[in-house]
Design a protein. Structure first.
Length: 464
């Protein structure tokens, strides 16, 4: 009853000049009784609540920092005006009128454009559209926004706090919307998808990862959100092929998570996870046979890795030919730059043999011209020989030598005058045989380079 009475009029009595002293003594007596008497916990709570209600502790006021008026205006037009369907174009005009040369204003605007979690989830696509339209006037905006979004996604994977889940969902959806408006490339999108499957993930049940625990299914939700946002734009054959490869790795990750859930006997979570996986299969338009357990999923990943490794590295015969040609070139020309260029060209052509991407006609012509230029430069360098002496060779030669002899002219230089002396050397001499051997080696080398060039051109034609 005393607590109820003080809750009603205690603040007035405590601040009244006539009753302040008595009320203060009464409150002190209540706290003294509480500390010396063993009371029930609810009575202790009532006494403390009444005491601090009547006589609250002094709290130093916190100094709230006020933002500049320009920053408040930018937040208002992005986070409030963008919510109105009729003000989209007005927001674009207002942002264009900002002073983009000011580093502080530009950095704050980029920060606001990289914060989709401050908007309604259904309006995130408008923010991506706004960034795409701003890129027509400020080209660097798209790169800065994408970089900030990727950094936030990576930070979310490193921290993995439940309080950030809604923010991570908004960021991953925003990334998909940016791809839909062609702000980022296809490769960036798949890099994020693969990082969600691999970063901090441990497939060993005995060594679970703290970043991605076995029972944490949030990354699967992030992947599904990203695919729902932008999968309908991945319609070309090259993107579909990349989706098929990604689905094989995603299938292994799914079965690993599902096997961990089965051990806990949480049937509701298992059913939800299976439904999510089927949604992913439908979104990615997967037509091949799916794995029925974790072992089959791991085997499918091993087969894919083996196939990709063979396609990238090529056969052993091609690499043996590459090493042989490299040794021959190093023995004849001691130019390290030439060997590196030649080797890089052959490696590039070997890797392109297994590349499944459909190059457009301009890319094929460029690669063909580039390979031809490298081979021509290498051949020209092999043909170039430096003369030992800087002496002009005379054109006039004496006639009447026998057919069994070869005509050689020995040039002597004495002072500023040149003297020529004709030498008759038999055709079966060692000098003649060495010259013929060198000419034959040069001819064979030219034939080999020519054959390699034809093989490269043939590979390019087959791929196209």
């Amino acid at each position: 009853m005393a607590c109820n009475l003080l809750d009603t009029c205690g603040r007035f009595l405590f601040r009244s000049m006539d009753s302040h002293h008595l009320t203060k003594k009464y409150l002190e007596q209540m706290m003294r009784v509480k500390s010396k008497t063993i009371l029930d916990s609810r009575y202790v709570y009532m006494i403390e609540s009444t005491y601090y209600l009547v006589n609250p502790p002094e709290v130093t006021p916190t100094k709230s920092s006020t933002k500049p008026s320009l920053h408040m205006f930018i937040e208002k037009i992005i986070f409030q005006d963008l919510m109105n369907f009729s003000s989209d174009t007005d927001v674009l005009k207002l942002l264009r009128s900002l002073n983009w040369d000011c580093e502080v204003t530009c950095a704050f605007t980029i920060q606001c454009l990289s914060s989709p979690h401050k908007l309604k989830y259904q309006r995130i696509d408008l923010l991506a559209e706004l960034v795409a339209e701003l890129m027509d006037y400020q080209e660097d905006i798209g790169f800065l926004v994408v970089d900030a979004v990727l950094e936030d996604i990576r930070f979310g994977m490193e921290v993995n706090l439940p309080i950030m889940n809604q923010r991570r969902i908004s960021m991953i959806k925003y990334l998909g919307e940016l791809y839909a408006y062609e702000v980022l490339e296809n490769d960036v999108l798949f890099n994020v998808l693969y990082s969600l499957l691999t970063f901090g993930v441990s497939m060993d049940p005995e060594k679970p990862s703290s970043i991605d625990p076995p029972l944490n299914m949030f990354r699967i939700k992030l992947i599904i959100t990203l695919l729902k946002t932008c999968c309908r734009y991945l319609i070309d054959d090259y993107s579909q092929q990349k989706l098929n490869c990604f689905f094989i790795y995603f299938q292994r990750y799914y079965w690993f998570k599902r096997s961990s859930l089965v051990l806990t006997k949480d049937l509701k979570s298992v059913a939800f996870l299976e439904e999510t996986f089927l949604d992913a299969q439908f979104l990615m338009r997967i037509e091949f046979r799916l794995a029925k357990n974790y072992a089959e999923a791991v085997e499918a990943v091993k087969k894919l890795n083996k196939k990709l490794r063979f396609d990238i590295l090529g056969s052993n015969e091609e690499y043996a030919m590459l090493e042989t040609l490299t040794e021959e070139i190093e023995e004849k020309d001691n130019t390290e730059k030439e060997v590196k260029l030649f080797k890089a060209t052959l490696l590039k052509s070997t890797k392109e043999k297994s590349d499944k991407k459909e190059f457009i006609e301009d890319d094929v012509q460029f690669l063909k011209a580039f390979d031809q230029m490298i081979i021509n430069n290498t051949t020209a360098c092999n043909k170039t020989k430096q003369s030992n002496v800087d002496i002009t060779i005379p054109i006039v030669q004496k006639k009447g030598l026998a057919d069994t002899d070869s005509n050689f002219i020995l040039i002597l230089k004495k002072g500023n005058k040149q003297h020529c002396k004709v030498l008759d050397i038999p055709c079966d001499s060692e000098l003649i045989s060495n010259l013929k051997t060198r000419e034959e080696e040069n001819r064979k080398e030219m034939e080999k380079v020519k054959q390699i060039t034809l093989d490269i051109n043939q590979r390019i034609l087959e791929e196209t």
